[in-house]
Design a protein around this ligand. Structure first.
Ligand code: R5P
Length: 285
């Protein structure tokens, strides 16, 4: 098996390869003078089973994934791991005439030898049906739960900032016999939210707010402020996908967050929890 990392998922590809005792294949990528991307897989992969790992947090990342798929034309089989799939939040029509962007993205990820696609905690699982090959979503939340436990926090309480992640947070808390609570969120615009339901007695406890992603940080900043006012000792944030767009890191620090914990579906300094074990588990199945 060959493990081929794209530009956005080099570290994760190396971690997956290491767990499988495979040396990762070198992919060469650069830009032409007109800024178009160039990509070349530097080993002969003809007749081989290959695994591509490339998140698509940016438009350029998606182009690189399409180039990787094309460069694998001579491979016997290809599995594409897209740890973070961008555009997955527009999974339906909100207004007439809109593009269902998640569907558009899924439809582009195709090749004759593409056997399977794996995503991690995709925003909406219904998007998986738009891929032209079997597609599976892996759950990284148990890895975050294990990490939280390893921190030895004081009477930790897990909090879901909205109903979209309530079930995930309930599962995490149940598995670890931790307490959990949740907010109701009303989104006012792309970067501003209002939270309801934060009347919790959390005096002196450490609280960890868990979401599938932190984008502008608006959701987390609001929740951190409420929990701080309610007497929490330290408030942490944890997410699967650290999109951390615009000034999200500064907003969270300003709101009083103690730490931002995240997985390596998007490679940032906050990505201390590796999703390699669940990818390896899925590949071995
Ligand atoms: C929304 O449904 C998601 O679960 C996240 O809560 C949201 O995408 C976070 O966005 P932001 O950080 O911009 O508030």
């Amino acid at each position: 098996m060959k493990i081929i990392g794209g530009p956005s998922s080099q570290t994760l590809a190396c971690r997956v390869a290491a767990q499988l005792n495979i040396v990762p294949t070198i992919t060469h990528f650069e830009r032409f003078p007109d800024n178009e991307q160039y990509l070349r897989i530097t080993e002969d992969i003809g007749g081989q089973d290959v695994v591509l790992i490339q998140s698509t947090a940016t438009d350029s990342d998606l182009v690189a994934l399409l180039q990787l798929l094309d460069a694998c034309e001579s491979a016997k089989s290809v599995k594409a791991v897209i740890p973070y799939m961008g555009y997955a939040r527009q999974d339906k029509l909100f207004k007439p005439g809109e593009a269902v962007s998640a569907r558009a993205m899924a439809r582009t990820v195709t090749a004759d030898n593409l056997e399977a696609v794996y995503t991690i905690n995709i925003h909406e699982k219904s998007v998986l049906k738009h891929f032209k090959c079997p597609a599976y979503d892996l759950d990284a939340s148990p890895l975050i739960a294990e990490y939280i436990v390893s921190l030895g926090l004081k009477e930790p309480l897990l909090v879901a900032p909205d109903k979209g992640v309530r079930a995930m947070v309930e599962n995490m808390a149940r598995g670890l016999s931790l307490d959990q609570a949740s907010f109701d969120k009303i989104r006012l615009d792309g970067a501003t939210v209002e939270m309801k339901g934060g009347d919790l007695d959390i005096t002196g406890r450490d609280v960890i707010i868990v979401d599938d992603m932190i984008a502008t940080g608006g959701t987390m900043a609001e929740a951190v402020k409420i929990l701080g006012k309610n007497g929490a000792r330290d408030v942490y944030t944890a997410c699967i996908h650290p999109v951390l767009s615009r000034n999200a890191v500064l907003r969270l620090a300003n709101a009083g967050v103690k730490d931002i914990m995240a997985t390596d579906t998007i490679e940032k300094v906050q990505s201390r929890i590796s999703t390699a074990p669940i990818i390896v588990g899925a590949l071995k199945k």
